[in-house]
Design a protein around this ligand. Structure first.
Ligand code: F6R
Length: 241
């Protein structure tokens, strides 16, 4: 595991974007595994800026995202599809037919997960997987557990997550209670993994996940066993190391 120290969020975003652009330049047909959340927003913005300057070409790139809320349509501004479109896909020359997320509108969880496993297999594996890190060590929606779930599965969101999301929806009934997420085996099969972390509030989990014991209670700790992981974190997130 390589840890790259960035000065602040902006520097973290630029360094992470540099790694992703190097991947796309070296292999224009790359399969990128992508994440949502607040941390990668600056990374995507930087990639868009370089694309607009003519330095990057996404025309050969395929993407598979980590997760999606069950029950949300693509035009719902809280869906991860909407997020990806908003921050990246609509702003670069990527072929939208090669951008994949689990289908949140598929009510049959088994089918949604099996379909997404097939999509991941069909793109031939992930070259570079971008990850954020949850405060409890989750990656994707793989929450603290007694086991590492291997492939795409449906998770029940914790009460605190559902409550925290309430503010984005008209009523409690509209708040998604479940999500589809890539599993740990799939994440670990990516050739290269890039984790972005920012902020003092992540310092404790950075220490636990990357310097503590490997355990499904801290799902990100499994990344210690991957042969090519780069963590780009700002000084605040590394303040306990
Ligand atoms: C997003 C995802 C999550 C986030 C994590 C960190 O697709 O799968 O695991 O990466 O919750 O979120 P932020 O970046 O908002 O702190």
């Amino acid at each position: 595991m390589k840890i790259i120290k960035a000065k602040d969020y902006k520097d973290m975003s630029r360094k992470a974007a540099n790694i992703i652009s190097a991947q796309v330049i070296m292999k224009p047909e790359s399969v990128l595994g992508l994440a949502t959340g607040s941390t990668p927003i600056g990374t995507y913005a930087q990639l868009v800026e370089w694309y607009q300057k003519g330095d990057l070409d996404f025309s050969g790139v395929t993407t598979v995202n980590l997760d999606e809320y069950k029950g949300l349509t693509r035009d719902n501004d809280q869906s991860y599809y909407y997020f990806m479109n908003d921050h990246l896909f609509s702003k670069v020359n990527i072929d939208k037919s090669r951008t994949f997320l689990p289908d949140g509108t598929e009510a049959d969880s088994d089918k949604a997960c099996a379909d997404y496993n097939r999509v991941i297999a069909s793109v031939g594996g992930v070259d570079l997987q971008l990850l954020g890190l949850g405060h409890n060590g989750h990656i994707g929606f793989n929450e603290p557990n007694d086991i590492f779930e291997a492939e795409t599965h449906c998770v029940n969101l914790t009460e605190s997550t559902v409550k925290a999301n309430q503010r984005f929806f008209a009523s409690m009934d509209d708040v998604p209670k479940q999500a589809y997420t890539m599993g740990i085996k799939t994440i670990m099969q990516a050739k290269k993994i890039l984790v972005v972390v920012s902020g003092e509030d992540k310092a404790a989990i950075v220490k636990e996940a990357f310097f503590g014991p490997v355990t499904p209670k801290v799902q990100a700790s499994i990344l210690q066993f991957h042969k090519d992981v780069i963590v780009v974190a700002d000084e605040a997130a590394l303040s306990l190391i």
